[in-house]
Design a protein around this ligand. Structure first.
Ligand code: NAP
Length: 521
């Protein structure tokens, strides 16, 4: 596919109105061809209007037709996989082989959501039949189902340029819900974004769907993102990125005359607790495994385990040695963007300023945007004294926290803000301490893992990629896994309807065969 650099908005390819940009190859720190269109408020308005025009027809497609649409997108993503991975590799510095796996995962997500649509459970069809004889007053027939919330804005993430970007889980789950989508492309990978957007748009056309089902916008600075969140026809927003960016957009949406939900996924250090018996039996292996996971994606992953905590005692030196050995031998690798590279260096300085000692470093950088791995250590008292030590450093850095005793471990656990995940490494003999930690972690995380690390991300029905603030702006929802669709749905109750006027899922003979709750059962 020859990259055009134009913005696919509905069926049109929109040429530059607000100038152009080029992608940066972070491995060489040089720009690469071609020019990519930058849009502004006019392009956002066009995309939002088309999304609104398409909404009624798209949100009322049959479950079978919508599932087939999602599966064809998956097939199209498979068809462009090698090209997509190659371009994404150029634009991110991530290995092409890894990106091929990511592209396959993105296609799989569309297929998984097709299955969710076909089964129809997401509609949560619920029927309370009429009770004309009920005393003291009769009950009217009323029925409820979930419907799509409206046209939505999705901000593509920088760090997983396929599976959290244009063709990521947000897009798949929004389209599955019946929402039309305006995608705000991340400027870190414009070529990969175009390949994905065109793969999706091709299917919109082949399926004869209205052109506004999917559009992509891009701009310089914050203007395009702000215009999207402000647009009166946009009814929900999803975002993956920094806490500053996510909260700016969240607050902006709450200031609208008609506030809308904004689901942001922002920051997490994924604390990992090594309980004393596990520490003494296999401290070295846990340290090595932690470092291996920490280094995945050059530490630029939302589920990166960043903070490892253990009580001083037998096995602690082995834990530190396991961590240090792998981090010391880690090559410096290309980070995603100059800003992210710069923020990483600032983050390392912040850890030192907060009182953590830099005890190990990886191999020296050989290129401008290489991220050098680093291991820091602090004791529990020092950790509790400076809250900046518990903030995310996006990149290949980890912090080892040596706590004095179990009481201090509990105090440290209670000091964490909301997290996407937490992990406990334990033996049977650690069960009592694990039971004390569990309610503390439940209150602070969306996922608790035992004897493993949260990364890599599993996408399934029970997956939760969410958690209390600041991990996300709404702890009731997940951005990954099949229940991610719930962000894009809202309930509608139909009372006293003639059967023929009801949505199919609520009709008496259940023509769709969807699971339903009738009279509470
Ligand atoms: P970002 O700066 O938050 O940007 C993400 C997207 O949101 C971009 O498309 C950006 O558009 C837009 N945006 C950000 N702030 C905005 C605002 N105030 N108004 C309108 N649009 C706004 O994230 P990033 O570029 O991916 O990386 C920066 C940092 O985010 C990283 O260093 C890391 O700390 C964090 N991050 C965390 C995760 C995670 O999963 N925890 C993932 C990725 C990044 P423009 O660039 O066009 O403004």
């Amino acid at each position: 596919m020859t990259l055009t650099g134009m913005l696919p908005i509905g069926a049109a390819d929109i040429a530059a109105t607000e100038g152009t940009m080029k992608a940066l190859n972070p491995a060489t720190n040089r720009e690469i061809e071609p020019d990519f269109t930058l849009g502004g408020r006019a392009e956002v308005d066009l995309a939002a209007r088309l999304a609104d025009e398409a909404f009624d027809a798209y949100s009322h497609t049959t479950l079978a037709a919508r599932a087939a649409f999602l599966e064809r997108i998956a097939d199209n993503l498979d068809a462009v996989r090698a090209e997509l991975a190659g371009r994404a590799a150029l634009e991110t510095g991530l290995p092409a082989a890894q990106l091929e796996v990511e592209a396959a995962k993105a296609a799989t997500q569309f297929r998984q959501f097709a299955e969710v649509v076909r089964r129809g459970r997401f509609l949560q069809a619920t029927i309370d039949p009429a009770q004309p004889e009920r005393q003291p007053r009769p009950r009217m027939d009323h029925r409820m189902q979930k419907i799509a919330i409206g046209p939505v804005a999705i901000f593509g993430a920088s760090n997983f340029p396929i599976s959290y970007s244009v063709a990521g889980g947000d897009t798949a789950s929004a389209l599955a819900a019946g929402c039309t989508v305006v995608l705000k492309a991340h400027n870190a990978h414009p070529g990969a974004s175009e390949i994905m957007a065109r793969a999706i748009r091709k299917v919109v056309q082949e399926c004869g769907l209205p052109q506004g089902v999917f559009s992509m916008v891009r701009g310089a600075g914050n203007a395009v993102g702000e215009a999207l969140v402000d647009h009166p026809l946009i009814k929900a927003v999803t975002f993956t990125g920094s806490e500053g960016g996510g909260m700016a957009l969240y607050r902006r949406a709450q200031r609208r005359p008609d506030p809308i939900p904004v689901f942001t996924e922002m920051t997490s250090v994924n604390p990992t607790f090594v309980l004393p018996h596990a520490l003494s039996v296999r401290g070295g292996a846990i340290g090595d495994g932690f470092a291996e996971r920490m280094l995945v994606n050059v530490g630029q992953a939302c589920l990166k385990p960043a903070i490892l905590l253990a009580v001083e005692g037998p096995g602690f030196d082995a834990l530190r040695e396991g961590l240090s050995a792998r981090i010391a031998s880690a090559p410096a690798r290309t980070m995603l963007t100059p800003d992210i590279h710069g923020a990483y260096r600032t983050g390392l300085e912040r850890l030192e300023a907060g009182g953590a000692a830099r005890i190990t470093e990886g191999a020296s950088p050989s290129a401008d945007l290489d991220g050098r791995a680093a291991l820091f250590e602090v004791d529990g008292t020092g950790f509790l004294a400076d809250s900046t030590l518990s903030e995310e450093v996006f990149g290949p850095a980890a912090l080892l926290v040596k706590v004095r005793d179990e009481e201090e471990l509990i105090a440290v656990a209670k000091s964490f803000r909301g997290q996407l995940s937490a992990a406990m490494h334990m033996e049977d003999a650690d069960a009592a301490l694990a039971r004390r930690l569990l309610p503390i972690l439940e209150r602070r995380t969306g996922r608790i893992v035992v004897n493993a690390f949260a990364h890599p991300q599993e996408v399934s029905h029970a997956s939760i990629h969410g958690g209390p603030f600041p991990a996300t702006s709404d702890s009731r929802f997940t951005s990954v896994g099949m229940s991610a669709i719930d962000r894009f749905l809202r309930p509608v109750s139909y009372q006293g309807f003639p059967d023929a006027l009801l949505p199919e899922a609520l009709r008496q003979d259940n023509p769709l065969g969807v699971p339903r709750i009738v009279d509470g059962a």
